[in-house]
Design a protein around this ligand. Sequence first.
Ligand code: BV8
Length: 254
Amino acid sequence: MASIVPAPLTAQDRVVVLTGAGISADSGIATFRGAGGLWRQYDVFDLASVAGFERDPGLVWQFIGGRRSRAEAATPNAGHLTLARLGRELGPERFTLLTQNVDGLHQRAGSEPVYELHGSLFRTRCSAPDCPAARQPFSDNRDYPLAPPTCAHCGAPLRPDVVWFGEALAADVLAVAEQVIQRCTWFFAVGTSGTVFPAAAFVELALAVGAHTVLVNREPAENVSRFEQFVEGRAAEVLPLLFPDGRRAGQDAG
Ligand code: BV8
């Protein structure tokens, strides 16, 4: 791996990091695309769309249940831990973490807040749009191998509280993403193929405000040409070098 120099962040810089499945690959969690990717084994629209869920909720729950147990068994890696430390060093005014991931590993690494653009594996809600329980997701790490769970209010199948294709991202989360990117001076995309929107277009917002744009990925992402810098490598190896521990002997971080 070419020598990585630390990002030259100053006390005036405001940093936004967007992560994707690649940052969790070093924790043993399969990505969606690329070698061994989840979507290679399944049809994405059977497993990550309302139509696919309505067609076969049991198949979706088998997919979700397996991912819940693998995510729970995984541990945050040096990439997650580095971003959690960086967030503490810079503070919420100068650092924002946006993730497409639903595995909860950023939170378990200590990042707070984490803006989950595509929801969370570990929440469940009613699938009926007009049921009150559809707006009351609850924490849930269970697997439902035999049959999909049903809503106590209306009897419709329960669904994972993730954002499927064709569904809008949560307006409040999207608003935060747009606001912080419009104020940022550095935008880092880490471990994402740059193929899913609107997240794949966030780099355009960063470019429009003159921010530095850096992609950290194992291979060139689809939108690699939109980044000022491309750092090829594994997030768990690159991030600790890009953001070395800000604490030096006798100095406070931040
Ligand atoms: C929406 C469910 C509108 C959760 C997922 C333009 C604008 C807006 C929408 C669209 C648009 N064009 C097309 C669309 C529609 C669609 C879309 O983007 N389609 C694509 C296929 C073209 N977008 C949507 O439908 C979105 N909704 O915009 O709605 C709307 C508005 C109003 C009203 C109604 C609707 C919803 C998108 C969310 C879809 N949900 N999953 C889940 O189960 O996880 S998508 C799925 O892909 C995951 O969420 C995942 O997070 C996401 C992105 O994938 P990546 O994270 O990038 O992962 P991937 O495997 O692809 O890449 C990993 C990378 O890491 C690789 O490059 C690999 O090389 C690298 N890597 C591997 N190991 C490492 C590594 N890098 C570093 N270190 C390593 N060790």
